[in-house]
Design a protein around this ligand. Structure first.
Ligand code: FE2
Ligand code: FE2
Length: 683
């Protein structure tokens, strides 16, 4: 997650008016800072960027600021390394506001924020994808997912919504399976500013609080050129307006030096109904912009008309600084005294903007900054353009129907080892954490096969490893995945059913069952208790969250047993519990979605929102045929709040990977006989 102090939108709904804060920086005779220009390598044409060491931004002085200001104007982008502590929003505001001492809106260069929502009795301002931080409303949060506890005045369980390019870009969008596999686009090439009423801020500032993990993503131009570029997930891409100017032909350069752009009133509201070009630099001309008379009230005097080329006040360097999507009218002149030609046909405006902007948008001119946690980046917003790039993340799993199927992989084309690599690769783009699938917390892949094929196999405590039907249950994880390597001769379909629908029906018709589920149950593991002792579990728990109010984790095998008898020293299942187990099975089955998988399917299912089951199957002979590879995943940017007891279990399942540390994982390429006994008894 990234915190930013800039915002590019303005609406005229209810506003917070934050007072202009007056402050003085602590005085020091000398700075402790050190500036090291970045080296972008021989193939790059990027000539901006420097790293700054030795300045603690939570305590920077006036002498430090002088160094920062000089370096910023010279290098245009600074990355502050080795920050001893996460930058406080109050300090982030001081850093950026120090560049705009005459700023008077109090909202810091983007105006005041609209009222967003009330959450647990507290008012929050901003827009859904960028809520303002209550203690310092000029600073906004970018990202998605839940916030830490007591986060600078945010109420508990507040979730940041995030953005997705499907809301804005011209269809067709990147297909889901390609996005899961790491394909992405630039969202919007822009400089920050409201483009209406308020001048753009001099600097932009991002603090990397939490960054997405995982392999590089492939950003596609999708403009017919086939151009693409690999960049780190969650990075911010930048290009220099000076380079854009350099790449223009002489005649066009002469024009831009003398010409101006008028931006649409309330430009971001105006463009909100239109489509962006897939490269994120222009709008498509389809007549979809919001008509001027349907915009919030606007004033002709507040419309922004800016020169196309801006001059750096300290270095004198000139930069082409244009916002292609907000451009509304052009006032073109080819010399200071030339005749002015007004272009107000939007198609023509955009053709001209494309001529200005497209040449610099090539990989060699783009710097994609890989955010490192706790780093702060500061850029000169009047000389650089930037864009974020997006991926879908795991929204479908956590916020949509709860499962997603990727079809089209062909296991037959791969060796068993390559299949595992494909599985790991595709899923790592979506989920940065893998869970252990066995009770000894060693293995991360479980090969679900019938170990009793031909009637010769061992008794087992884990019914999944046979051919019987499996009743509805949850696994012990957040996201469960199946890779269907080989199907049975007949049967073996997967059933999914909503836990919340089950809960609602129980609440309406069988409330006593919910009471039974809320009391402790004792699940036998049916294994050596050295590996897995009996568990005392409340199958139904309340969560302190208004997004996900309940959690049900359930399996009937742990209480009723399977091929092995329950330990007589444990309390026997009560009649109420047996009735509850039946009620869950029947309601889940009544509402189930039946998935008839194809070979090569990859299924991701939210194990906290769905129960799953399996139909019995027949492999058609004495040899085991049906073969699924099960893995457990988690996306820490999305995860839901958990009760403490479950959180402790999660630590065992996902431990150390969440600290970014190394851990031992066993990746079995084939089923290892006997390993089924290490599998959880859930199903
Ligand atoms: Fe921005
Ligand atoms: Fe399962």
């Amino acid at each position: 997650m990234v915190v930013t102090s800039v915002i590019t939108e303005e609406t005229t709904d209810v506003h917070i008016v934050s007072e202009k804060v007056v402050f003085n920086l602590p005085h020091a005779e000398k700075t402790t800072g050190r500036v090291v220009p970045m080296d972008h390598g021989p193939n790059s044409k990027v000539d901006f960027g420097a790293s700054v060491y030795g300045i603690d931004l939570n305590n920077f002085t006036d002498a430090d600021f002088e160094l920062i200001s000089d370096a910023l104007h010279k290098h245009k982008m600074l990355v502050f390394k080795e920050q001893p502590k996460m930058l406080a929003p109050q300090q982030q505001y001081r850093l950026t506001a120090s560049f705009d001492p005459n700023e008077t809106t109090g909202g810091f260069a983007h105006g005041a924020d609209p009222y967003l929502t009330s959450h647990k009795g507290l008012k929050i301002y901003g827009i859904p994808k960028r809520p303002a931080i209550p203690v310092q409303p000029q600073v906004h949060i970018l990202g998605r997912g839940p916030l830490p506890k007591e986060h600078y005045g945010f109420p508990p369980d507040f979730q940041v919504q995030g953005i997705d390019h499907e809301e804005f870009h011209l269809p067709p969008h990147i297909p889901a399976e390609e996005r899961e596999a790491g394909a992405s686009r630039f969202y919007q090439w822009h400089f920050d500013g409201s483009l209406y009423s308020i001048p753009p801020p001099r600097v932009g500032c991002l603090l990397a609080v939490r960054t997405p993990k995982g392999p590089d993503v492939t950003v596609r131009w999708d403009d017919g050129t086939g151009t693409e570029m690999k960049i780190a997930p969650g990075s911010t891409a930048m290009v220099a307006g000076s380079r854009a100017l350099e790449l223009l032909d002489g005649e066009t350069r002469e024009i831009v030096m003398n010409s101006r752009i008028e931006y649409a009133p309330h430009a971001f509201v105006w463009m909100s109904t239109a489509h962006s070009a897939r490269l994120g630099h222009l709008l498509e001309t389809e007549g979809l912009e919001k008509p001027l008379d349907q915009l919030p009230p606007w004033d002709k005097d507040k419309v922004c008309i800016y020169p196309m080329v801006w001059t750096n006040p300290k270095t004198g360097e000139k930069s082409l600084q244009v916002h292609g999507q907000g451009a509304f009218k052009l006032y073109l002149k080819d010399s200071p005294d030339g005749e002015e030609r007004v272009v107000d046909d939007l198609k023509e405006v955009r053709e001209f903007m494309n001529k200005l902007m497209r040449p610099v948008l090539e990989p060699e001119n783009i710097y994609a900054h890989r955010h490192e946690e706790q780093d702060v980046i500061l850029w000169y917003n009047r000389a650089l353009w930037h864009s974020i790039r997006l991926r879908k993340l795991s929204d479908q799993i956590y916020k949509g129907v709860g499962f997603e199927l990727i079809r089209g992989l062909e296991p037959a084309k791969y060796t068993p080892k390559q299949s595992l690599i494909v599985y790991a690769g595709v899923s790592s783009h979506v989920y940065s954490q893998r869970g252990f699938v066995d009770v000894t917390a060693k293995g991360v892949v479980a090969h679900i096969v019938n170990v009793q094929a031909g009637g010769k196999g061992p008794d087992t405590t884990a019914p999944a490893f046979t051919q019987i039907p499996l009743s509805f249950h949850t696994d012990n994880c957040e996201v469960m995945a199946f890779f269907y390597m080989e199907l049975a001769e007949s049967g073996g379909d997967t059933l999914l059913s909503s836990l919340w629908q089950t809960y609602n029906e129980l609440a309406a018709h069988r409330p006593e069952v919910l009471r039974t589920l809320a009391r402790p149950w004792v699940f036998d593991s049916f294994k050596s208790y050295d590996f897995q002792p009996p568990r005392h579990v409340r199958p139904l728990q309340r969560l302190d969250s208004d997004k996900v109010p309940i959690l049900i984790r359930f399996s009937r095998y742990g209480i009723l047993g399977w091929q092995r008898q329950r330990n007589p020293d444990l309390p026997a299942p009560t009649e109420d519990q047996i009735e509850a187990a039946d009620a869950i099975q029947f309601i889940a089955m009544k509402n189930a979605f039946k998935l008839s998988p194809k070979k090569g399917d990859l299924l991701f299912a939210n194990d906290m929102a769905l129960v799953h089951a399996r139909e019995g199957f027949d492999d058609g002979g004495d040899v085991s045929k049906r073969h699924l590879i099960k893995m457990h995943f988690r996306d820490p940017d999305q995860g839901w709040g958990l009760p403490e007891s479950v959180e402790n279990e999660w630590k065992t399942v996902y431990r150390s990977s969440e600290l970014g540390g190394s851990r031992q994982e066993i990746w079995d390429i084939f089923h290892q006989p006997g390993l089924e006994e290490m599998s959880s008894v859930n199903g």
